[in-house]
Design a protein around this ligand. Structure first.
Ligand code: 4AD
Ligand code: MG
Length: 430
């Protein structure tokens, strides 16, 4: 007898199969039980008659709590009224563990309660749908990179220095030295790009974000491509291509999940392969016209990003921010030294920044000056400066936040739902 999963059940119509899973819900009458079984790929209704199970097992099933684990054997029948379109006529039930008092019932619960129960909440349909989309987003990212000839290089997690500013570093004790959890793999990808040309990393990054916004995690995943012999214009093309590919991939493969999440698909379907590009100067002028009190020279706040992107159907690329609000490694714009050759991509529908990147400073002297000006420890960056000593070339890259992208694609209110075990300032458990 085949052991099957619910997602593939249609292929087994009319056959006797074995199903392994957990009890999601049940209804009973005197002589039959409707057992809703979930197996991680779907939920299926299984109908068990007293006469088939025998009185003892039938009574045991009557007292089974939600999430009891079991193996069922029986015949798969087409049943249009059942949620999966099929149901099982159960001949045999084997109870693996009888659970009692499962804290999450199919009724509504508050999110903070559910977050405390995240280890159990994962079993419900909503987290299931979101995490499926996340998995597809990661696949789409890797697929785009592989097709584009990028080589995967994993960046370290322990690092000796800051990449994205010293205020969000998590410090750890590293055998009598200080080490920090990585904020970004970028600096290592620059080394790898000089070795292999086109590279990317994809992994967790850490920031001690003291803000309690719905866009910030302290542990989040980033994909970071880096390309030798690349300028800002080409960097923006790759960023645009990646995001477009991810959107199409998810639209093709995650219809069911997006339906569960009640995501309106129209705004995603409208996205075209070319995204608008505007300079920071234009963005500030546009924002002022829309009523923002932003001044030239300031970074865009979350509200500005929302306001700005609301004017576009596609993600928008905002380039050439003032150097003073950006990281030390950004290359200055030769046409206006106040500006950096950088880009942020803002998602539509008010979801804010999903990508940050740009062209890197490739001159040794300028980079040394910037490291000093930012008050960064030169020793820790000695290896990074070597990259400008031995065959320095124009190069560029970016980082895309996986959770931000999943939040947008799923149409969620808060980024914490897009990772199995979110870490925020308030959340370290479970
Ligand atoms: O703009 P950021 O800080 O850029 C970098 O880290 C560059 N070193 C990347 C590079 O060029 N290789 O972060 C990149 C992206 C943001 O656009 C956002 O999507 C995500 O990472 N991100 C966060 N996501 C969730 N929680 C946070 N606290 C995040 N901080 C950044
Ligand atoms: Mg940024």
């Amino acid at each position: 007898m085949d052991t099957v999963c619910i997602a593939q059940i249609a292929a087994y119509e009319g056959r006797e199969v074995e199903l392994r899973g957990w009890l999601y819900n049940k209804r009973s009458s005197g002589k039959l039980h409707f057992l809703q079984i979930r197996d991680g790929t779907g939920i299926m209704q299984c109908v068990a008659f007293r006469d088939d199970l025998g009185p003892e097992l039938f009574d045991q099933c009557d007292h089974l709590g939600q999430e009891s684990s079991m193996v069922l054997r029986g015949l798969v029948r087409r049943e249009p009224r059942a949620p999966a379109g099929f149901e099982m006529s159960v001949r045999e039930v084997q109870i693996i563990q009888a659970a009692e008092g499962y804290p999450i019932s199919p009724k509504e619960h508050g999110v903070s309660f559910l977050m405390d129960q995240r280890h159990l909440w994962l079993r419900s349909t909503r987290p299931h749908a979101v995490l499926k989309v996340r998995g597809e987003v990661l696949k789409a990212c890797r697929d785009y990179m592989e097709r584009g000839g990028f080589m995967l290089v994993d960046a370290p997690i322990f690092t000796p220095a800051a990449c994205e500013g010293t205020s969000t570093l998590f410090e750890t004790d590293y055998f009598e030295q200080k080490a920090y959890l990585t904020q970004s793999g970028q600096l290592y990808m620059e080394a790898a790009a000089m070795a292999f040309g086109k590279v990317y990393c994809l992994g967790p990054t850490f920031r001690a974000e003291k803000s309690k916004t719905r866009r910030h995690l302290t542990e989040f995943w980033m994909i970071e491509p880096e390309m030798a012999f690349c300028d800002l214009a080409e960097d923006m093309q790759v960023a645009e291509g990646l995001v477009y590919h991810v959107v199409q991939w998810v639209l093709e493969r995650c219809q069911q999940e997006l339906l569960v999440l009640e995501r309106d698909l129209k705004p995603l379907e409208k996205i075209t392969a070319t995204f608008p590009r505007i300079s920071y100067d234009q963005a500030v002028a546009q924002l002022k016209a829309q009523g923002s009190d932003i001044q030239w020279g300031e970074d865009l706040g979350g509200d500005d990003e929302t306001l700005l992107s609301s004017g576009y159907d596609a993600p928008v690329l905002v380039h050439r921010y003032p150097a003073q609000v950006k990281a030390f490694y950004m290359k200055g714009d030769p046409e206006d030294p106040r500006l950096a050759l950088c880009v942020d991509m803002l998602a539509p529908e008010g979801y804010g920044e999903i990508i940050g990147g740009g062209q890197r400073e490739d001159s040794l002297e300028t980079l040394e000056r910037k490291i000093d000006a930012h008050g960064l420890p030169k020793d820790a960056f000695a290896w990074y400066l070597d990259l400008r000593r031995y065959g320095s070339v124009p190069h560029a890259g970016f980082g895309m936040g996986i959770e931000r992208v999943v939040t947008w694609l799923c149409g969620l209110h808060h980024v914490r739902e897009t990772i199995a075990f979110p870490r925020t300032m308030q959340n370290l458990y479970p």
